[in-house]
Design a protein around this ligand. Structure first.
Ligand SMILES: Nc1ncnc2c1ncn2[C@@H]1O[C@H](COP(=O)(O)OP(=O)(O)OP(=O)(O)O)[C@@H](O)[C@H]1O
Length: 262
């Protein structure tokens, strides 16, 4: 049972999960989770290690399909469309619901080609000039353009860790997503690079639905509008971030945010 904070305002969901369970073989990692993910908000998933945050995040763009033992039950919708239906094109889905991982993972290609790759395979440009425009605007929106505009042919892997993570964010943006999932995007970064990504998250939320898994409660408090607290595969409590941190209802949430476990 998830406790939803009483003053959480109702907004149209961009994505919604209803009664979602995820199994790895016989082991149930997510138990009957329901949540609505609004557009243009940052939603944070917090909770102790192993409680299922990443598993649930991956269910939102069918990344668990790549793990043979994983099985998802329940309903997950994007704009009211069942993402697990046979009619859903998974490649398109992952463009609409992009993902940024814990460790920056640029392709072993140039900075330019890292960004151009998605638009090329999705055919979302017509002329070379358009592709150049997409590369520039994606890098600008990811706050990286000024740092790389004179070295677009250098390998993406030659950038610093923080720049690589912004490159990965630019790569997700380039295919015009609606939702961006971020799995601990700052855990491999120093405080300055982290601050840049957090600023970027705030800017991007004016356009996209963002879901971030984070181990840092300070980060959740800084960047998110809404927070879901996960424990043992369930969402224990969900509400406005300020309410979750200042006025938690459930004892397990209180214990976690006061640092009693985790
Ligand atoms: N590929 C996998 N195969 C089998 N079990 C897995 C797999 N991935 C995760 N699990 C298990 O599922 C449970 C939830 O893991 P998950 O990584 O989703 O938790 P998490 O909250 O994101 O943890 P962390 O904060 O440590 O990243 C754990 O018990 C984990 O061991």
């Amino acid at each position: 049972m998830t406790v939803i904070h009483p003053n959480l305002e109702a907004v149209d969901p961009k994505m919604s999960a209803e009664g979602v369970s995820v199994y790895y073989g016989d082991k149930q990692a997510i138990k009957d989770v329901s949540i609505a993910i609004p557009a243009k908000y940052v939603t944070a998933f917090i909770g102790p290690s192993g409680c299922g945050k990443s598993t649930f995040l991956r269910a939102l763009n069918r990344m668990n399909d790549t793990i043979p033992s994983a099985r998802v039950e329940g309903q997950i919708e994007l704009d009211g469309e069942d993402i697990y239906s046979n009619k859903m094109d998974v490649v398109q889905l992952r463009a609409r619901v992009g993902m940024v991982f814990q460790k920056p993972n640029p392709f072993p290609k140039s900075i330019y080609d890292n960004i151009a790759y998605g638009p090329r395979i999705h055919g979302i440009f017509e002329q070379k000039g358009d592709l150049d425009g997409i590369v520039e605007s994606s890098l600008r929106r990811a706050g990286l353009w000024d740092e790389v505009k004179d070295r677009l042919n250098d390998p993406g892997t030659a950038l610093s860790g923080g720049q690589q993570q912004r490159l990965c964010i630019a790569r997700a943006i380039a295919v015009d997503p609606e939702v961006i999932l971020m799995d601990e995007p700052c855990s491999a970064l120093d405080p300055i690079a982290t601050a840049k990504i957090e600023e970027l998250i705030a800017e991007l939320s004016s356009r996209y639905a963002i879901v971030i898994v984070t181990h840092s409660m300070q980060q959740a408090a800084r960047v998110s509008d809404r927070t879901a607290f996960f424990h043992l595969g369930e969402i224990v409590e969900y509400g406005r971030t300020s309410d979750i941190f200042t006025n938690p209802i459930e004892q397990r949430t209180k214990d976690y945010i006061t640092g009693r476990y985790g």
